[in-house]
Design a protein around this ligand. Structure first.
Ligand code: EPS
Length: 387
């Protein structure tokens, strides 16, 4: 299972091609668009989200609501493109730098300068258009399809914001369904209303200061069978693949599985999850500090992943940089931006994690049709029961 994406933030559309989906997966288009809608929400988003209304159009690999086994092509239009038709034209255009909206002032924290130097591009727009987090729209579309595949096997995915800057959300002991329901009702994807209010006020303050703020998000996946991923080779360790996926989300600077960095503080006896057995449950754990993984393999406990997002680097408060034409110092000009995109990043992370799990699931139970995969899966469950 793999996908590639293409498209620029102010280009006509974003495109993804997914390969490796089995046939006869029934897609719920409304659910797919609901996931895209979730990514657009969140307190602290800027004006661009008022322009877009992300909708996935499937233009290959699906017929009468079912996958055929062929590559699935997904397209999401950029509504903002109507304002950029000329500037983003594929054909050459006449005009001054101003008219072409040529960017020659790299923004600290973005890919602008590194990208310009690397690809030898004198118009940094060519870098920023593709490095923009707008691309996460189609990553969510791919993940939403993976999520529907996982749901066929009773696997559920939830996400929550656990910190925005200085404000931390308290821990709540909820079922995954409660977590999904309660975070959905929140403007910042937290469980309790008090934290939500504090975070909103905090984001208002950050915005007023012309600044931006990051945070920490958590993803929980329940119903994952024992045995996805493998210890036998570095690139088959599923926790490592999830970490790669999460780190590749724009502005993410770190990933934890389970208690993560806290494992460097505690003693072994305080970290490892003791093994228990019962007739009904089979093998299970007394705790889940390792976040569902041992040896890069799922152990049947919920997969728990955290990611940290840095503050968005486009600031109203100027930072110093150097003009690539004149080599003169300047302080970055005001640009449209999100003061906080942590709630949206939480939705992106859910889909990136769902994707990696679906991929590992297909590696283990792989088949060309849903029936074949279900038979393989049930056969494996029977094997586990006999073990
Ligand atoms: C982004 C900059 C902003 C965000 C964008 C990501 O876009 P613009 O430059 O058009 O104002 O709105 O996010 C999205 C468009 C989105 O769909 O999430 C960036 O530089 O990464």
């Amino acid at each position: 299972l793999r996908y590639l994406t293409a498209g620029e933030t102010h280009g006509p559309q974003l495109t993804a091609i997914i390969e490796g989906l089995p046939s006869n997966l029934t897609l719920d288009f409304e659910e797919l668009n609901f996931q895209l809608h979730r990514r657009q929400k969140g307190y602290g988003r800027g004006r661009r989200m008022q322009i877009e209304k992300d909708t996935a159009q499937i233009v290959g690999g699906v017929r009468h609501g079912n996958t055929t086994g062929a590559p699935v092509a997904v397209v999401v239009e950029n509504k903002d493109w109507t304002h950029w038709r000329n500037i983003m034209n594929v054909e050459p255009i006449e005009g001054t730098d101003e008219e072409k909206r040529r960017v020659h002032r790299p923004r600290p924290g973005h890919a602008d300068l590194n990208g310009g130097l690397k690809y030898n591009l004198k118009d940094l727009r060519n870098v920023l258009e593709r490095s923009s987090a707008r691309e996460t729209t189609v990553r969510v579309a791919c993940g939403a399809i993976a999520r529907q595949f996982l749901a066929e096997f009773g696997i559920k995915v939830a996400g929550q914001v656990i910190r925005i800057g200085e404000i931390e959300a308290p821990v709540h002991n909820l079922s995954i369904d409660e977590l999904i329901e309660q975070t959905e009702a929140s403007s910042v994807r937290v469980v309790d209303a008090e934290t939500e209010k504090k975070m909103e006020a905090y984001i208002d303050q950050i915005k007023e200061d012309g600044d931006s703020i990051g945070g920490i998000v958590e993803c929980i996946v329940e119903g994952v069978p024992i045995g996805l991923g493998s210890y036998v080779q570095y690139d088959r360790k599923l926790d490592a693949r999830i970490a790669q996926g999460v780190m590749s989300i724009n502005a993410f600077k770190g990933v934890e599985i389970g208690i993560g960095f806290e494992a460097g503080i505690l003693r072994g006896s305080q970290v490892h999850d003791e093994i228990l057995y019962s007739e009904e449950q089979g093998y299970y754990r007394a705790s889940n500090r390792l976040g569902g993984f041992e040896g890069g393999i799922t152990n049947g406990m919920p997969v728990v992943v955290r990611g940290v997002m840095k503050p968005i680097p486009t600031l109203y408060k100027p930072l110093q940089s150097v003009d690539i034409d004149t080599k003169e110092a300047f302080t970055a000009q005001v640009e449209r931006s999100d003061a906080c995109a942590v709630p949206a990043a939480s939705v992106v992370m859910e889909h990136v994690v769902a994707w990696e799990i679906a991929k590992a699931f297909l590696e283990k139970f792989g088949g060309d049709s849903m029936d074949e995969i279900k038979a393989n899966y049930n056969n494996y469950l029977a094997q586990l029961e006999k073990y």
